[in-house]
Design a protein around this ligand. Structure first.
Ligand SMILES: *Cc1c(COP(=O)(O)O)cnc(C)c1O
Length: 397
């Protein structure tokens, strides 16, 4: 079947919960994707920060092949070798002691919400069960994570939501201070808001949250599902701010393109997950964990992180030049290789024009373009992307 026929079939049989672009990708390598008709694209979306190592990274592909021949699945009634290995890597490279594995970002956040409540239940303070989360946040689509998500458009028609969530503006420490009550159990925040528009808080904001949580005896949860794992130029975004959470959630690029989710925490907190409290059938299964071990080893390399910082600086400079040259460009912001370009015009049309010219990007707000190239991107590819984008933005009628 050709691309047109696939899309026609999808139109009949696949749920219409996504506004999809009319393209079917069939192959990928590094920063390149190929559609069903053979057209090549430069991918600056990276599966929404999943393909941090590019498409089909060789070490991950090999790990999947090797593991697939040995064991695909075994229940968490038993120990799983690669799961233990990945948990050890996470403990070695982060503030955390232990990991709970699941299959997605939203599931990791559900686990964080349950763990925070259970932690205070175990301390004899079951009344501490409420959360403070941020406006414009994104934490996922299952009910508790959806409730935590501070954007009404995602809530519409799905009530009643989970009780006990309060929203405050992002990057406003005073607002959090005011919202804390004796019922608060945790503050949940993305160190940089991804879906909300690549919003970077002021220096000291996350540290301020840490201090507030310490003073009030409540937990601090960082959702690093999008900005963790090298994306901002440090292995975890919190490391760039010199502040540690009590619980951190991960997913997206943790297994180099295979579905996985993780909650990591210090012993003292995660010990509330005793047998019977929480579970996931596929969580930390042999295949995903083996992919995770291979991917994590690449992501944690200092050369991967240094390359991300270098390319991030280069990309930001090139985009800043566009800002100087073109009136439609209002601003550039980012850290590492999560970068946004603020426009004075709707971004959607620009995304489509880029796609026609073989460049994949997306938009997060009506007038905001977001770039999430693989961390292995090279200067020539950034040049190519900027040339395409500059050409389009410079020739608007
Ligand atoms: C993508 C994302 C999620 C949800 O992850 P899923 O795997 O789609 O459930 C949660 N939090 C953040 C910050 C994300 O970017």
């Amino acid at each position: 079947m050709n691309q047109h026929e696939w899309i026609h079939l999808a139109d009949r049989v696949v749920a219409k919960n996504y506004g999809r672009f009319p393209v079917v990708f069939t192959k990928g390598k590094g920063t390149k994707l190929c559609d069903a008709d053979g057209k090549e694209y430069l991918d600056f979306v990276s599966g929404l920060a999943v393909n941090n190592l590019g498409h089909c990274p060789p070490s991950v592909v090999k790990a999947i092949r090797d593991q697939a021949e040995k064991l695909l699945h075994v229940s968490n009634l038993y120990h799983v070798e690669p799961q233990i290995e990945l948990a050890e890597l996470l403990a070695k490279h982060s503030f955390a002691d232990r990991t709970f594995f699941c299959n997605s970002g939203t599931e990791a956040n559900e686990a964080a919400i349950k763990l925070a409540r259970r932690y205070f239940h175990d301390q004899g303070k079951p009344e501490k069960n409420e959360f403070i989360t941020m406006r414009n946040s994104f934490h996922g689509r299952t009910l508790a994570s959806l409730t935590a998500t501070g954007q009404e458009k995602f809530h519409e028609g799905f009530g009643p939501l989970v009780p006990g969530f309060h929203y405050v503006p992002f990057n406003d420490i005073k607002a959090v201070e005011k919202a804390v009550t004796p019922r608060t159990c945790a503050v949940m925040v993305e160190p940089i808001q991804g879906e909300g528009g690549v919003n970077i808080p002021d220096p000291g904001y996350l540290k301020g949250l840490r201090k507030l949580c310490d003073d009030e005896g409540i937990l601090l949860i960082f959702d690093e599902v999008q900005v963790g794992l090298g994306r901002t130029g440090t292995l975890f975004a919190y490391q760039g701010e010199d502040v540690e959470p009590d619980i951190m959630t991960l997913a997206k690029s943790l297994a180099g393109g295979v579905a996985i989710g993780a909650l990591v925490a210090k012993d003292e907190v995660i010990s509330s997950f005793v047998p019977g409290t929480h579970a996931a059938t596929f969580g930390g299964n042999p295949l995903a964990s083996a992919a995770g071990v291979a991917a994590f080893k690449e992501l944690a390399k200092e050369e991967t992180l240094a390359h991300c910082r270098e390319m991030g600086n280069y990309f930001t400079e090139r985009l800043s030049t566009l800002k100087e040259e073109l009136d439609v460009v209002q601003g550039v912001r980012g850290r590492g290789l999560i970068i946004a370009l603020e426009l004075s015009i709707p971004a959607k049309g620009i995304v489509l024009k880029c796609m026609e010219q073989g460049l994949l990007i997306n938009n997060v707000k009506e007038k905001t373009l977001r770039f999430l190239p693989p961390l292995v991107v090279e200067k020539e590819e950034i040049d190519k992307a900027c040339d395409i984008l500059g050409g389009i933005l410079g020739n608007l009628k």
